[in-house]
Design a protein around this ligand. Structure first.
Ligand SMILES: NC(=O)c1ccc[n+]([C@@H]2O[C@H](COP(=O)([O-])OP(=O)(O)OC[C@H]3O[C@@H](n4cnc5c(N)ncnc54)[C@H](O)[C@@H]3O)[C@@H](O)[C@H]2O)c1
Length: 360
């Protein structure tokens, strides 16, 4: 994928800025992608991953930063979209000096980009990066940060699921529904708690025996099944992918018995066209980046000085946003994933345009 969008090359990404950063001493090789600052500084995490090649790292950062612009727009944040990747094996090369070198590159963008955690980076890493830059979120509570973002991610997924349930069955509750949760990790665990409190029956699976032990000990009423394939084929009303991406693919969608899909995992649609397959089967898909925005809402709140109640209120609004997207999808005769993209683009254009009103 090229970086510069031109009319001759419509496949190009259209990013505002892409920055390559290198520090030979520490082995740092990072790419920071800023897709859009139409709504404010770009916010998105740093992925630390051993990509096979520089072009794989570039493709990932271009993709992820674009996704963040849409997620932040629909989360109602005054923030644009960006993301960064550090190319390398975190197990081998992550060090204080490397993270601080990276922090200095983030600082050099003077607030056009705020970073946060992603795959391969943790709250403790953000505390280290924060020693070199103020443009970092997702720090520990002791350092004025928002801490574990999975708390509000799970809360937001639950709100999106309520909106989807209302759209399909007429009431914003999961009471009496069978909900299948694939992945009992940081988010899945909190989600199971919300579902049980709401009166849902939970069926779940995880590849990690410790996660299954947790479920048996904490929520003995949860039915555990062997794997995600068994969950997809189970008699469930709602499917909540909360593990890895690509959960909705050419194999799982035809086998799925649920009427609603709403979960935390990023990039649930294995490829474009799956949203249409879901719609054709009469399955309502609440777009992943809409319902899992609670985490970014939580860390974004840190920029103002973290206040959990304010952040929770914002994450609760995922219910309203999901409702609006489902209404728009019906009105415009498109799958919810398309309606969500349209709504995000509208906000970026309409609210972003206000900056053309000259103030001083
Ligand atoms: N944590 C957040 O704030 C946040 C925010 C937005 C999106 N997400 C996304 O939500 C998903 C879950 O995030 P998390 O923080 O809970 O991650 P996590 O690593 O804590 O949990 C993932 C769980 O899925 C399990 N798993 C992996 N492969 C599986 C499989 N094939 N079948 C069943 N279970 C499997 C793992 O054992 C683990 O328990 C990820 O896709 C993540 O990108 C998380």
């Amino acid at each position: 994928m090229g970086v510069f969008a031109t009319t001759e090359d419509p496949g190009s990404s259209g990013h505002e800025q892409v920055v390559f950063c290198q520090d030979k001493q520490t082995g740092l090789k990072a790419i920071i992608g800023i897709y859009s600052t139409a709504l404010g500084p770009a916010l998105g995490g740093t992925r630390f991953y051993p990509y096979a090649s520089e072009s794989d790292a570039l493709a990932d950062v271009l993709d992820l930063s674009r996704g963040m612009a849409y997620k932040n727009a629909l989360a109602g944040l005054d923030l644009g979209g960006g993301k960064a990747v550090i190319w390398g094996d975190p197990e081998r090369i992550k060090s204080e000096a490397l993270l601080r070198a990276y922090g200095r590159f983030v600082e050099s963008l003077a607030g056009r980009y705020y970073t946060a955690c992603d795959v391969g980076t943790y709250v403790a890493d953000m505390d280290v990066i924060a020693r070199e830059t103020s443009y970092v979120t997702g720090r520990s509570v002791e350092h004025g940060g928002a801490g574990d973002s999975s708390i509000l991610t799970a809360w937001g997924v639950f709100q999106g699921m309520r909106a989807a349930a209302e759209h399909v069955w007429g009431a914003p509750t999961l009471a009496g529904r069978r909900v299948g949760v694939a992945g009992l990790g940081k988010v899945g665990k909190y989600l199971v708690g919300h579902l049980i409190d709401d009166g849902a029956e939970v069926v779940a699976t995880d590849v990690n025996p410790r996660a299954l032990e947790w479920a048996r000990a904490t929520h003995p009423q949860v039915t555990l099944v062997d794997d995600a394939a068994a969950l997809v084929a189970a008699d469930i009303d709602v499917y909540a992918p909360c593990a890895l991406g690509g959960a909705l693919n050419d194999d799982t969608v035809p086998a799925l018995r649920a009427k609603v899909v709403a979960g935390a995992a990023n990039n649930q649609l294995a490829h474009s066209g799956i949203e249409k397959l879901l719609a054709d089967r009469g399955i309502l898909y609440a777009p992943d980046y809409v319902v899992n925005a609670g985490g970014v809402i939580q860390v974004a709140d840190e920029i103002e000085g973290f206040n959990f109640d304010r952040a929770k209120l914002r994450a609760t609004r995922i219910y309203d946003t999901t409702r609006e997207i489902l209404r728009l999808a019906d009105a415009e005769g498109v799958p919810p994933a398309v309606a969500a993209d349209r709504l995000a683009e509208r906000r970026m254009a309409d609210v972003g345009r206000l900056r053309t009103i000259h103030l001083r």
